[in-house]
Design a protein around this ligand. Structure first.
Ligand SMILES: CC(C)(COP(=O)(O)OP(=O)(O)OC[C@H]1O[C@@H](n2cnc3c(N)ncnc32)[C@H](O)[C@@H]1OP(=O)(O)O)[C@@H](O)C(=O)NCCC(=O)NCCS
Length: 151
């Protein structure tokens, strides 16, 4: 049975090998997880191999402690002809007392590519809810800004 979804959630335990010199989670480890969930979300949606074109505004709002659980919620916010913007929200959970904290949000642009590495079309997303329509509009604005700043 074919099942395409535009949402993906990943849960990861923050283990001691992910630590920085201060004893909290290393920022680079979090970036790696963000890239992984963006890749998974985009591939699951379009069913093609995807590469990362850009990463917007990763803000480290709160330190993440070793031993906490991270929940990475990703969704396709926007599709162009070949690109997809993936919005990611990261929530940390203290497993001892159950406290949750929104630690990061970011936007990744992923592009579907063919075997030669050329950009390849994806199925258009149809935003349905008000929230999805708003995310789409914001993604379009970010894309225009990115094009203005990088071309
Ligand atoms: C991603 C890649 C295949 C795109 O190649 P390209 O020649 O720019 O392809 P296209 O011109 O068809 O553009 C592809 C999409 O990217 C978008 N894009 C390209 N440059 C952009 C920019 N500066 N800002 C915003 N969007 C951009 C295009 O609008 C297009 O989206 P759309 O089809 O949804 O409208 C190519 O840049 C690449 O291989 N990059 C390296 C990827 C990689 O190695 N990632 C890992 C980095 S660690």
């Amino acid at each position: 049975m074919l099942s395409r979804t535009h949402e993906t959630e990943m849960t990861v335990l923050v283990t001691p090998d992910m630590s920085n010199f201060g004893g909290n989670m290393h920022g680079g480890e979090l970036l790696k997880l963000l890239d992984k969930v963006a890749y998974t979300c985009a591939m699951r949606y379009c069913g093609k191999y995807v590469v990362t074109l850009s990463v917007d505004n990763v803000l480290f709002k709160h330190p993440i402690r070793i031993g906490e659980m991270l929940i990475l919620k990703a969704a396709v916010n926007y599709t162009g002809r070949t690109s997809m913007e993936i919005g990611i929200r990261v929530i940390s959970e203290d497993l001892q007392n159950g406290t949750v904290c929104h630690t990061n949000s970011s936007h990744f642009t992923m592009v579907a590519v063919d075997k030669e590495g050329h950009s390849s079309p994806v199925e258009p997303l149809v935003p349905e809810t008000d929230v999805e329509k708003l995310r789409w509009e914001h993604a379009v604005q970010r894309k225009q800004l990115r094009q203005k700043n990088t071309n």
